[in-house]
Design a protein around this ligand. Sequence first.
Ligand code: ADP
Ligand code: MG
Length: 254
Amino acid sequence: MIIQARDVSRVFPMPAGPVAAVRQVSLDIVPGDHVAVRGPSGCGKSTLLHMLGCVETPTSGQLLFDGTDVSVLSDAARSRLRLRHIGFVFQRFFLLPMLTAAENIELPQSEAGAAAEARRRRTRELLEYVGLTARADHRPAQLSGGEMQRVAIARALANRPRLLLADEPTGELDQATGAQIAQLLDRVNADGTALVIVTHDPALADHARRILTMRDGRIESETARDPERGHPAPAEAADKTIRPDRQLDVEGWR
Ligand code: ADP
Ligand code: MG
């Protein structure tokens, strides 16, 4: 088990009163999982992703990463956990503009203390993996959106994380480029990294084996899919640990 979240909530204190962004979500992420999270804007998808990524801690409930309660860790220990075990991919890539593609991929390895030769080898391997060997020395401004996202995915994989989290990774890309990114993420998953992807893009969500739909801070439904066959997987494949708090109306999110 990579993540066990139990009744996890996140409340933001605001001048007009507290905002409950995520409400009592229970969710397991297992090795090799491939999960899509959908739902309307403001329903708490990014906040949930930040908690799964140990960026934010729940205000109530319990989140275990690899069996460790994240809320008892110091900020430094949580940073270390993220650096070594979790990769992040964002809608707007967030590459460092002054660094080349190769340097962007190398940076988290330096932060993790990898030796120079190992870093160079790993960076070459990752550039090849995402098909950008010829762009190694380009800066982000010299790359297309799809290329920047491929560099960002390579950077996210630099320290061989067990879990890769992506927030709208195709949100800035045209459909064809988005489809390439979806395929790359499929390969990352097939090669053994668990994925949780927040997306509005039905084409991207359709690659996942589990599709969670959020509304008002809750997971209101989970659909298990068999992407090989393109229709729902047998019932036993569904994650029985999900306990929706209320009955769902999923119309509009198909
Ligand atoms: P989504 O990603 O589904 O669009 P978010 O998780 O970003 O939703 O936000 C869920 C709710 O929590 C929204 O009402 C948003 O305004 C609020 N929220 C998110 N982050 C913060 C924050 N740092 N401070 C205050 N409110 C926040
Ligand atoms: Mg969001």
